[in-house]
Write a protein of this length. Structure first.
Length: 137
């Protein structure tokens, strides 16, 4: 089932880029990021209440809070940079460069979680990075 959700995430991320590019034509990238963040915040809390997970909030431990706050800060920094790049650059190029985050993700998952990349994963990573770099030139 996770593959379905990962696929939907990719579809929504692609749609997000196009909608964001349309939305930032006549506004600053920082303001656009703030508006988007408000919508995401409201949507997330609506979902928390719809699925009924609001009552588990007191069970979240301090370590989870710490990592979720740090993740939120990283997301905010990413969105601010992404929207600025999207406003000034071409959508296909910005999105391609943004997807190079796979390198950072794989490196950190290897260091933090001791995850090993299979030979197929290594070849796939090389193809993704190579293809992205090829698209840029």
């Amino acid at each position: 089932m996770w593959v379905v959700f990962a696929s939907l995430s990719a579809i929504f991320a692609g749609i997000t880029s196009i909608l964001a590019k349309c939305g930032i034509k006549n506004t600053s990238s920082t303001l656009a990021t703030a508006i988007r963040t408000i919508v995401v915040l409201l949507f997330a809390w609506i979902m928390v209440f719809i699925v009924g997970s609001w009552n588990t909030l007191p069970q979240v431990d301090w370590k989870s809070w710490l990592f979720l706050v740090l993740s939120g800060l990283a997301t905010g920094a990413s969105w601010l940079c992404y929207f600025k790049a999207l406003r000034d650059g071409t959508t296909s190029t910005v999105v391609a460069i943004d997807k190079l985050s796979i390198i950072v993700t794989i490196a950190f998952s290897s260091i933090v979680f001791k995850e090993k990349l299979s030979w197929k994963g290594r070849i796939g990573l090389i193809l993704i990075v190579g293809g992205t770099v090829y698209m840029l030139f």
